[in-house]
Design a protein. Structure first.
Length: 223
């Protein structure tokens, strides 16, 4: 429960950071996950300060709508000024591993399309080298076996996320034991495999600002 309260504080700190720059026409990009749920709850208290949001998952869209926050298609609005999301791991360069919730492709699209990417985590997610958390890779279903073999050739141990289908109708391979000491190179190599939609490394487009929930408060870090 204490960790949850820390996440709430970090989510609120990220929201407070952007509030001065919002106006009634602002569109926000909103990610997916337990920490982001606290952010959405906080956004509900400030929904008169912005027009609406683009969601990275159907679950996020539903939670936003439940709070009375309009949800838009990314193709129908101007690029979001801010994208707010969590992460499974973050290093000192604000390179991330994301996708534990399976929304990595839409999250990566929103991160790329948005001007500023703010990431909210708790201190357990900070690492020196990303890769302790299995790397999610979204894959076209018919390419599952082929992609798995190619990931083994790269040094990984892919595991099929059984019973899970992404919002895009694809499957996830969670890859253990990959060398991610050079995250940009690894991100590019995996994305070159035919049948891969994308992977959960956010290295070519890292976070711009990191809000870290700790036992003593929220630490803010910039890229």
């Amino acid at each position: 429960m204490r960790q949850d309260s820390h996440k709430q504080e970090a989510a609120r700190a990220a929201l407070n950071h952007i509030l001065p720059d919002l106006n009634p026409r602002s569109i926000l990009g909103v990610g997916t996950g337990s920490t982001v749920n606290y952010l959405i709850d906080a956004l509900a208290e400030e929904k008169d300060q912005f027009e609406g949001a683009v969601a990275s998952s159907e679950a996020t869209a539903e939670r936003l709508k439940q709070h009375g926050i309009p949800v838009y298609d990314l193709n129908a609005v101007a690029p979001p000024r801010f994208y707010l999301d969590g992460a499974d791991e973050a290093n000192k360069r604000l390179e991330l591993v994301k996708g534990g919730g399976g929304a990595l492709t839409r999250e990566k699209i929103l991160a790329a399309a948005s001007e500023t990417f703010l990431c909210i985590i708790d201190e357990s997610k900070e690492v020196d080298i990303v890769g302790q958390f299995p790397l999610p890779v979204e894959v076209i279903p018919m390419a599952r076996s082929y992609v798995g073999r190619e990931l083994v050739r790269l040094g990984g141990d892919p595991e099929y996320r059984a019973g899970f289908t992404t919002d895009n109708g694809n499957i996830i391979l969670d890859v253990h034991n990959l060398d991610l000491s050079r995250p940009i190179k690894a991100e590019e190599a995996i994305n070159q495999i035919t049948g891969v939609v994308t992977n959960g490394l956010f290295a070519k487009r890292p976070a711009d600002r990191l809000f870290v929930a700790t036992a003593t408060g929220v630490t803010e870090k910039a890229a």
